[in-house]
Each structure stands twice: as structure tokens, then as C-alpha cells.
Design a protein around this ligand. Structure first.
Ligand code: RP5
Length: 161
């Protein structure tokens, strides 16, 4: 199976990425995590993205806050799918990162999840890899079934005052 790259703009983003990495582990998807910044280490970020396909990656996940150009900067250097996670924690509560990540110019897509939505980034990466991987598709279906059962249990247990 191809690997997922989990790239964060700063090590201060690491707590936001924990649900993402937990989900990747649960789905038995190999991944690497790195700190590269679009602004502080632009050359290293670009070099990583340019070599990602040759290095066995299938999807890149990029998490960054503030003027969050990381996902777009990586997307500019690879034709692999890039998933952007806007990170909260700025004076603008992540709205700045959301707009910086989602408002990509035509021709350079970034699939953007919710602010701090790192579990969904992992699931979307898994769904992309599962297009060609029936075993992974089965594990995703199991997760969906567990989720459905959990919600139905909550419905059955719902009590109102
Ligand atoms: C962004 O600036 C990072 O992704 C992080 O969310 C934010 C703050 O970075 P630090 O100052 O904590 O390193 O580039």
C-alpha cells in the first residue's frame, strides 16, 4: 500500500494531528509525519512534495495555521492528491487558515477539511487509497458500520427530562 504523508507547518500543530494519526493507525495505513513550513522551510517542503510519488506516497495531508499556504505549496509540486487541514489557534480562530487552504486557484486543487478536522483528513486519504485496495475498503466499511451502530445505540438510549 502507498504511504500517507502527514505534514505539519510547526510542531505546535502536532496535537491537532493526533486524531488523524490515530485513525491512520486504526486503518493500518502506513504513514510518515514531518514538520515542513511553506514559509520557514519552503525549499524542504517543495523537495519533499516533488519526491513524494517516487518515495512511495499516495496522498499528502498538510496541516497549518494562520496564513496556511502549506497544502497549496505542496500541491504545486506534486500531482498526488493533497488534503489540507486548516489549524485553529490564531487571533482569527482558524478562519484565516481555512480561507488560505480552501481558496486555491483553478488548476491547483486542495481537498480541504474542516478547521482542525484531522480525523476526516485521514478518512479521506483512506478512501482515496481504497479505490484500488479492497481490503482497506473493507476496513473503512467496518468503521462506517461501527459508527452507524453507535449512533443507533444513542438513539435507543436517548432520554428527555
Ligand atoms: C503555522 O503557524 C503553523 O502551521 C502553526 O499553525 C502556526 C504557528 O506556528 P508556531 O509559531 O507555533 O511555530 O505556520
Amino acid at each position: 500500500m502507498r504511504k500517507v504523508a502527514v505534514i505539519m507547518g510547526s510542531d505546535s500543530d502536532l496535537p491537532v494531528l493526533k486524531p488523524c494519526m490515530d485513525q491512520l493507525r486504526k486503518l493500518e495505513i502506513p504513514f510518515e509525519a514531518h514538520v515542513y513550513s511553506a514559509h520557514r522551510t519552503p525549499d524542504a517542503a517543495a523537495a519533499f512534495a516533488a519526491a513524494a510519488r517516487a518515495n512511495g506516497f499516495g496522498v499528502l495531508i498538510a496541516a497549518a495555521g494562520k496564513a496556511a499556504h502549506l497544502a497549496g505549496a505542496l500541491a504545486a509540486r506534486t500531482t498526488l492528491p493533497v488534503i489540507g487541514i486548516p489549524v485553529k489557534g490564531s487571533a482569527l480562530d482558524g478562519l484565516d487558515a481555512l480561507l488560505s487552504t480552501v481558496q486555491m486557484p483553478s488548476g491547483m486543487p486542495v481537498a480541504t477539511v474542516a478547521i482542525d478536522g484531522s480525523a476526516n483528513a485521514a478518512l479521506l486519504a483512506a478512501q482515496i487509497l481504497a479505490v484500488e485496495d479492497e481490503a482497506l475498503a473493507g476496513r473503512l466499511q467496518t468503521l462506517r458500520d461501527e459508527q452507524t451502530a453507535a449512533v443507533l445505540r444513542k438513539d435507543a438510549a436517548l432520554t428527555l427530562d
